[in-house]
Design a protein around this ligand. Structure first.
Ligand SMILES: Nc1nc2c(ncn2[C@@H]2O[C@H](COP(=O)(O)OP(=O)(O)OP(=O)(O)O)[C@@H](O)[C@H]2O)c(=O)[nH]1
Ligand SMILES: [Mg+2]
Length: 457
């Protein structure tokens, strides 16, 4: 998402480093380039202006220019300013003193309100809350149904309303009553969107605000709409007073400008980002981590958290034991690939790696997730005996396996080769530490073909 910006900033720093001594002149040139990079990433011009001024002021200070490693200092200044611009701290959701806390979800049509409401409910229930949902979108016929379906999938309660309740405020009032009666501590209110901000929409939202006295008014913005998202966030804030934003579709190829501007323009923090259509594709927004990522320093913390969350520790330990005892079969190879696949889109994982040293080239690695599925299919087509001992797989059997998995003999051969390579490499990597944490980093850094995984350039 921040690829272009990230590339450009890193080039600026590289050039600065190449200059040897840092001077007011080459610092000015660097600032100009940073400015262009930010504008090209679609960051709001006012935010860019503020940013550049803040960096200039700090970077032109005497001690920076004469410091031992001036470029390092400049990078640190840019990093700190990025964090500042993004909101300094991870902004938590607030809760009311007396439950239920009401979160009003607002935004333009199609921005992702309903999806985000469901994602938030899931997130909250996983974090010790008991949310209930209600849709007050009485205009689009399928809107309320959409939320009900999502909630049912998540096994979370939703207030469906009665046939008599045709107005948003009526639905909201009853939903809150229901929340109190059923002991739910958070009520998520999904509202209707409009193509453009209009008075009707704002009046309706104001009425809901007056009625519910929400703890959070979360503005949902579609990152793909770039500056339009920022502009409407600003307008919603002026008319309604939002308390934070959720930026959706960050998994798309948006240039990231909205993410970088929305906090500065509204003065309200970006709390979550949506990174996919599924209910679990919601992430807390960490300004410092995102800044690190933009500067190519990687987001190792998020990566570790993700691995921790996803990896089955028992299985990882078992895997480790097998590796040490040289007992790592094709079946294990398959299971490991499945685990890695569970981590989510591999590109997003690689994006969290620091872009330094041997890892720098990782950015250009193309990950073919279909390829992983094919490999899994090949191993699935083997007999348990074959999975335990790959040496017994004859040419004839390779043909059958290829047929059974809808692949070619060549692909089967390749997989067996990769597996053999992986075993060899694993043998040289045995030792203490978490399996997919340290190991994965080592595997990647070693310049090996990703432990036989289907990563190509
Ligand atoms: N890729 C991706 N798609 C998303 C994300 N969030 C929402 N979507 C998709 O965007 C589309 C619109 O989402 P909705 O949640 O229905 O949007 P809405 O704001 O409720 O729309 P209205 O109720 O019509 O105003 C759906 O197809 C969602 O699956 C996201 O983070 N990533
Ligand atoms: Mg909706």
């Amino acid at each position: 998402m921040f690829d272009n910006l990230s590339d450009k900033l890193q080039r600026v720093f590289k050039n600065l480093r190449g200059e040897g001594k840092l001077s007011a002149e080459n610092m000015e040139a660097a600032l100009r380039e940073i400015r262009v990079a930010l504008l090209e990433a679609d960051v709001h011009f006012r935010v860019v202006k503020q940013f550049i001024e803040a960096v200039r002021e700090k970077a032109m200070g005497q001690d920076v220019l004469t410091a031992l490693s001036p470029t390092q200092q400049v990078i640190k200044i840019v990093r700190d300013e990025l964090v500042n611009m993004l909101g300094a701290h991870q902004a938590k959701l607030r809760t009311a003193n007396e439950p239920p806390s009401v979160y009003l979800i607002v935004g333009l049509q199609g921005s992702g309100k309903t999806t985000s409401a469901a994602k938030l409910a899931r997130y909250l229930s996983k974090n010790g809350h008991s949310p209930i949902l209600v849709s007050v979108d009485v205009y689009r016929p399928a809107a309320r149904k959409q939320l009900s379906v999502l909630a049912k999938d998540l096994k979370l309660p939703v207030y469906e309303g009665t046939p008599e309740e045709t107005k948003p405020v009526e639905l909201a009032r009853s939903a809150r009553k229901e929340a109190v009666q059923t002991g739910r501590d958070i009520l998520l209110v999904d509202t209707a969107g409009r193509l453009h901000i209009d008075d009707d929409l704002m009046t309706e939202l104001s009425q809901l605000k007056d009625l519910l006295n929400p703890t959070e008014i979360l503005f949902v913005a579609d990152a793909m709409t770039g500056q339009d998202a920022v502009k409407s966030a600003d307008e919603f804030h002026k008319r309604l007073g939002i308390t934070g934003s959720i930026l959706t579709k960050m998994d798309g190829d948006a240039r990231g400008g909205a993410a970088l501007s929305i906090r500065s323009v509204t003065g309200q923090p970006l709390k979550f980002v949506g990174v996919g259509e599924k209910s679990d594709a919601l992430e807390l927004f960490h300004p410092d981590r995102v800044a690190q990522r933009i500067l190519g320093m990687g987001d190792v913390l998020s990566l570790i958290e993700k691995v921790e969350e996803t990896i089955d520790h028992k299985q990882a330990e078992e895997m480790q034991r097998k590796l040490i005892e040289d007992d790592f079969t094709l079946g294990d190879f398959r299971d490991q690939m499945k685990q890695i696949r569970k981590l989510g889109p591999l590109e997003s994982i690689l994006g969290m790696m620091p872009q330094i040293g041997p890892m720098k080239d990782l950015k250009n690695v193309k990950v073919d997730e279909k390829e992983i599925n094919r490999l899994v299919a090949i191993v699935d087509s083997m007999t348990p005996k074959e999975r335990a001992n790959h040496m017994m797989i004859s040419g004839q059997r390779r043909k059958r396996i290829a047929k059974g998995s809808g692949t070619s003999v060549q692909e089967v051969n390749n997989l067996l080769k990769q597996y053999a390579q992986m075993r060899k490499m694993m043998k040289s990597l045995t030792g203490g530490g978490g399996f997919l944490g340290k190991r994965m980093a080592k595997m990647m850094g070693s310049g090996s073909p990703f432990g036989g995984l289907p990563f190509g350039r």
